[in-house]
Design a binder for this molecule. Structure first.
Ligand code: ATP
Length: 565
């Protein structure tokens, strides 16, 4: 036997005399009897020596029979012991002595082998149990994700959250957040919250695409507050970027609601702050802004974003639109902290945006709830052929006469048409208001507040409020002018049917819009609405922005309009 073999077999093993005291006593007794009979080879441990001298030939045979059925033990016996004996031949006697020794070692170390064997079995068992638990957890997570329509891709994705109480048990969430969730009436996490919250809490970057009104805001605000832990005066620590001022101010409000009771510095980047803010002296845990204002503050007021730990791009596809791409890119660069966690959220996430985003993110996880780029299933969608522009106004009035169920949002193509439609409807018997980008910030806020408060029944709007705005209980969205893209359609109609409520969406179309119908029809079909077969069989059209020049919006004869002007 070589030293190497010896150390392999016996390394870390010491003979437990107490445990095997009876065997030990028996062998010891025999050693005393045979003490003078054999000389022991050098370099053997005292325990080995004792046993070797003690073992009579008769017993050897019996012991080796006992060892036979022990799995693993026989492997040692055949492969390690025999060849070593051949290597160490000296004289016949010495050889006999050695053979005896090794046989005795087998017998003596049988208990040790048993321990080794037990340890191996235990280890094997532990590995099996661990693998089983891991497999069980993976299977359990997969079933849970399937039940909630959560699709993920990426490596080492943390288990989804089953319940908000897990925020405490798994992530040591402070009680103020759970208290605020309860006060806001938020009991169960929505699917996007189930997966995005644990992801962000585990420090992973993510792209998330979930239907309108499914609680994406909370999915990034909650982990952000948890990770920031407490207020600090160490510069800007988190940035939430949104495409419109209305949305930025709504998100700032939501953040404050969830942070209630904890003194965080949550700031909305207003025009005044962007132009005059003394950012070096301004404590700010979370900064919420549109890209242009933030970029202006970085350039003109030397706002330092190098310590930002969390960056959220909400309505990310809009932020990656050509018009905003440059300032967004500048902000992403200014957030130069190498350990920053970035996340993208939207109800629509085109592949091009994903590809672009991947270039700036590391090991990001993709989370899709339901089908990517689909409308909320709680909205009943309808297409109505109105023939012409005049037909639209008549159809709208007729709808209001038959069944006006406020609050109703009416979307038009641009601010001119918003103003025109408002002029048409303001003397009708409905409480109507309008919002577009020509209004002052204050006028825009008033329009939104009045609509939220129920003072306005019908709000005429451009796409400026099509994304992200959370008006509770909008019963119906009317696409007076056909949306210019399928994502615009998804976001517009998503102002109703939020947070599990039901809603309705009516889309008017004219002859000029028919070529673009199929894309909308596909969205409708994917969310379970009925669509006439002839629309689905229309030829596929590569959709560029559909913004036709629309006729003047009025039911009055054209010469009358000209006279008025
Ligand atoms: N877990 C929840 N349970 C009940 N309501 C919730 C929950 N989470 C969020 N909400 C509520 O759902 C509404 C919609 O949430 P939010 O505005 O975050 O949706 P969103 O997914 O961002 O929609 P959009 O794509 O239109 O921006 C809000 O009024 C919010 O308070």
């Amino acid at each position: 036997m070589t030293d190497k073999d010896s150390s392999f077999l016996f390394s870390g093993i010491t003979f437990n005399r107490k445990r095997f005291s009876s065997d030990f006593a028996r062998f010891k007794e025999k050693k005393e009897i045979n003490d003078s009979e054999e000389t022991l080879p050098e370099n053997k441990s005292p325990e080995v020596e004792v046993e070797v001298a003690a073992k009579p030939a008769k017993k050897r045979k019996r012991k080796s029979t006992v060892s036979d059925p022990v799995e693993g033990f026989n492997v040692f016996k055949s492969s390690k012991t025999e060849p070593v004996l051949e290597e160490n031949e000296e004289s016949e006697n010495a050889s006999e002595g050695k053979k005896e020794l090794y046989r005795q070692m087998e017998v003596l170390s049988f208990s040790d082998h048993l321990i080794l064997y037990d340890l191996r079995q235990l280890y094997k068992h532990l590995i099996q149990t661990y693998s089983f638990c891991k497999l069980f957890k993976t299977q359990r997570d997969a079933i849970f994700r399937k039940q909630h329509n959560i699709h993920t891709s990426g490596s080492n994705i943390p288990s989804p959250l089953h319940d908000f109480s897990e925020l405490r048990s798994r992530y040591k969430c402070k009680p103020y957040i759970l208290r605020n969730l309860a006060e806001l009436g938020i009991k169960e996490p929505t699917p996007i919250q189930m997966q995005a919250i644990p992801l962000l809490l585990s420090g992973r970057e993510c792209f998330a695409c979930a239907p309108t009104g499914s609680g994406k805001t909370l999915a990034f605000v909650c982990p952000m507050l948890m990770k920031l832990k407490h207020a600090s005066k160490d510069g800007v620590r988190a940035v939430i970027l949104l495409p419109t001022r209305e949305l930025a101010s709504q998100t700032a409000r939501e953040c404050k609601k969830l942070a209630k009771g904890k003194k965080f510095y949550i700031r909305l980047m207003t025009k005044q702050l962007a132009n005059t803010g003394e950012f070096s002296k301004l404590p700010c845990d979370i900064l919420i802004s549109t890209p242009l204002r933030l970029k202006s503050a970085v350039n003109k007021r030397k706002l330092d974003l190098s310590r930002v730990e969390y960056l959220v791009l909400d309505e990310s596809d809009k932020l990656f639109d050509l018009g905003l791409l440059k300032p967004v890119d500048a902000i992403v660069k200014a957030c130069s902290n190498p350990s920053i966690i970035r996340s993208l959220f939207s109800a629509t996430l085109p592949d091009t945006v994903e590809e672009l985003a991947r270039t700036i993110m590391h090991d990001a996880v993709r989370v899709i709830i339901g089908r990517k780029n689909s409308a909320s299933e709680s909205i009943k969608q309808k297409l109505v052929f109105v023939g012409s522009e005049e037909g639209k106004l008549m159809a709208l009035r007729q709808t209001f006469e038959e069944s006006l169920n406020p609050p109703v949002l009416v979307f038009v193509q641009n601010k001119e048409r918003a103003k025109d439609l408002y002029k048409e409807l303001r003397f009708d018997d409905v409480r109507v208001d309008v919002i577009h980008s020509d209004l002052s910030q204050e006028q825009r806020e008033n329009a939104i507040d009045n609509f939220r408060a129920g003072k306005t029944w019908v709000l005429i709007a451009t796409d400026v409020i099509a994304r992200g705005m959370d008006f509770k209980g909008v019963n119906c969205v009317v696409n007076y002018d056909f949306p210019d893209s399928s994502s615009a359609y998804i976001h517009r109609i998503g102002r109703s049917g939020r947070a599990g409520r039901s809603g309705e969406a009516v889309t008017f179309y004219t002859e000029a819009d028919i070529r673009y119908l199929k894309n909308i029809a596909n969205v409708m079909k994917a969310s379970g609405c009925e669509v006439p077969e002839w629309i689905l069989s229309l030829p596929k059209l590569k959709w560029k922005k559909h913004r036709p020049k629309r006729e003047f919006l009025s039911t009055k004869p054209h010469d009358e309009e000209e006279e008025e002007e």
